[in-house]
Design a protein. Sequence first.
Length: 180
Amino acid sequence: MPPRPLPQLEQINAEIFTLTYGSIVRQLIADFEDLDEVNKQLDQMGYNIGVRLVDEFLAKSKMGRCSSFREAAEVVGRQAFPMFLNVAANVTNWNTDGTECSLILADNPLADFVELPEEYKGELRYSGLLCGVIRGALEMVNMDVDARFVQDMLRGDEVYEIRLRLKEHRAEAFPFKDDD
């Protein structure tokens, strides 16, 4: 399916967004001191954003329902990422049963101007917010997924790679019954 043209959205200055996110991460590190807890907080923040952001995406993109996980992953990479982050993700590395794939990003706006201190490179998932956003958004369209960074340029890797794994694709349930 060819990507639809993206609607014009109000945008904030990318540098302000990046620096604000960096300040949030720094404050979480100061507040929790435990990097595992910081990672959980970033993921939960992203999840909370994702469950709300999906409505805006669906309204502005006028996308129909995705029929499969493969289609949903393509929409995330080719339409949602450019719409909200101004960067596209290449969807690749599918497993044979179509339940796992990778989103490859050449650029990550959250990580602009960032250099992680050595003591954070092993545990801190600096851009973990993105995994939470994806997880929350896809849950709202009945897809339970795991999302995690497997490559991160902040840790010296060549690209940013988010690995997605479909855990369950639930049938749509309606909270009402039709009278026969």
